[in-house]
Design a protein around this ligand. Structure first.
Ligand SMILES: *[C@@H]1O[C@H](CO)[C@@H](O)[C@H](O)[C@H]1NC(C)=O
Ligand SMILES: CC(=O)N[C@H]1CO[C@H](CO)[C@@H](O)[C@@H]1O
Ligand SMILES: [Zn+2]
Length: 401
């Protein structure tokens, strides 16, 4: 006969295991319904950040040819004396017996930026890196032959650069005085990726021709230096995730068309939708589109930028960043339509440099649009600020900074 107590014990034991089982069941249920989808979501998100939905490197004839051209190129060369990764050449500047003054552009902006940095003692003139000019073979890494041939016609160059008088000049003169300086700047942008990889950052004092794509120029842009730079980097560093941060006032339709649907490139473009180029097709290929209307002022602009950089950080983990730092967002620029102060430009640049430098992502900056007489001063001041804030180091050296 069992005592009432022992009876109790027998009754209690199964009850406890049962309730533990129930607890486990409901925990598992909770986990499956609420927690696991979240974990799964984070996993997918994480994997997608680090993968380039790459149907990567299709070994087509065109791709093989492209690789051969990049392998043969002289644009990537090794630095043999201590340098600062600031890239410039006196061949950048367009001097044309004064004809360049017919354009609303300060076409010696690049020389003046360099001049301010040197004359005010921030940079030693021997520490600047001089690039080579991009050859036709280099350009063919992205451009079509038909497009390059079209530049043999001065009328086409006049339309692309928006300098009508060029149309009546012999092509050899146009090539020497206009196309050659642009090609030199292209060489600078391509080299900048190599220096950025070695030293953490690089600034091409020129470049940023973001309206030109493989088969089409426009808006003062004759060569697609950003697309070229990225293809060289893909191949030379075997990387597959590049972010373009395009903060010129205009939409960067050139690189957008060149990387349309290419999961390896994440494009953040912040631009005024009310001005050139109104390229609605290219807009479909912007991963993060931030439209800033005519009249936007500094505070609003910088808030939008903070937000955009946060979203970019959460969605893509780049191995290289190309920063198109046009200064035509400045208040008073005849083309940009925005009202950003010079100090706002410095703060903008600082935000982008912080974004890249804090996470050790190599950063290439190109200066792009903005050709008011004051633009060169603003770019130089911003570079000085970056140095003061220790985001860049302007003392010459070989190694990583
Ligand atoms: C265009 O000019 C370049 C450089 O002079 C030359 O190599 C090329 O053959 C020319 N193309 C055409 C179609 O004339
Ligand atoms: C944002 C910022 O620090 N701006 C400074 C950049 O440098 C100039 C000149 O040295 C200063 O006047 C700005 O305040
Ligand atoms: Zn612009």
């Amino acid at each position: 006969m069992l005592s009432p107590h022992s009876h109790m014990k027998i009754r209690v034991m199964p009850k406890t295991t049962e309730s533990i089982r129930n607890l486990c069941k409901s925990t598992l249920y909770l986990f499956l319904t609420f927690v696991s989808p979240f974990i799964l979501y984070r996993c997918i998100r994480f994997l997608s950040m680090y993968s380039s939905s790459s149907t990567s490197a299709p070994k087509t004839d065109a791709e093989i040819l492209r690789r051969k051209r990049i392998e043969k190129s002289k644009l990537y060369f090794d630095i043999t004396t201590p340098k600062v990764p600031i890239i410039y050449s006196s061949y950048y500047d367009i001097r044309f017996f004064g004809i360049e003054k017919l354009h609303p552009f300060d076409s010696s902006k690049w020389d003046r930026i360099r001049g301010f940095l040197i004359s005010e003692g921030h940079l030693d003139k021997n520490s600047i890196v001089e690039p080579f000019e991009a050859s036709t073979d280099d350009l063919l890494v992205v451009h079509t032959e038909a497009y390059l041939n079209s530049l043999n016609n001065s009328v086409n160059v006049a339309m692309i650069t928006e300098v009508p008088p060029l149309a009546i000049l012999p092509n050899w003169l146009v090539r020497m005085k206009v196309l050659s300086p642009f090609r030199r700047q292209v060489g600078g942008t391509i080299l900048a990726a190599k220096l950025a990889k070695e030293q953490g950052w690089a600034i091409n004092v020129g470049g940023g021709f973001h309206h030109c794509s493989s088969g089409r120029g426009g808006g003062f842009c004759a060569y697609a230096d950003i697309s070229l730079c990225i293809h060289f980097a893909f191949f030379r560093f075997t990387i597959s995730r590049v972010m373009i941060i395009d903060l010129d006032a205009h939409q960067g339709n050139g690189h957008e068309m060149d990387f349309a649907g290419d999961g390896r490139v994440y494009i953040l473009d912040m631009y005024n939708p009310d001005i050139y180029p109104f390229d609605l097709t290219a807009r479909n290929y912007i991963k993060q589109k931030v439209e800033v209307a005519t009249g936007t002022t500094t505070d609003g602009y910088l808030k939008e930028l903070d937000k955009a950089l946060r979203v970019a950080r959460d969605n893509f983990a780049p191995e290289l960043i190309i920063y198109n730092a046009g200064t035509d967002i400045l208040d008073g620029d005849p083309l940009g339509g925005l009202k950003i102060s010079p100090d706002g430009v410095a703060q903008r640049d600082e935000k982008v440099f912080r974004f890249a430098r804090e996470r050790n992502i190599p950063l290439v900056m190109v200066t792009s649009g903005g050709y008011m007489k004051t633009s060169a001063r603003v770019v130089a001041d911003s570079i000085i600020n970056l140095s003061r804030k220790r985001l860049i180091d302007l003392s010459p050296r070989y190694g990583r900074r």
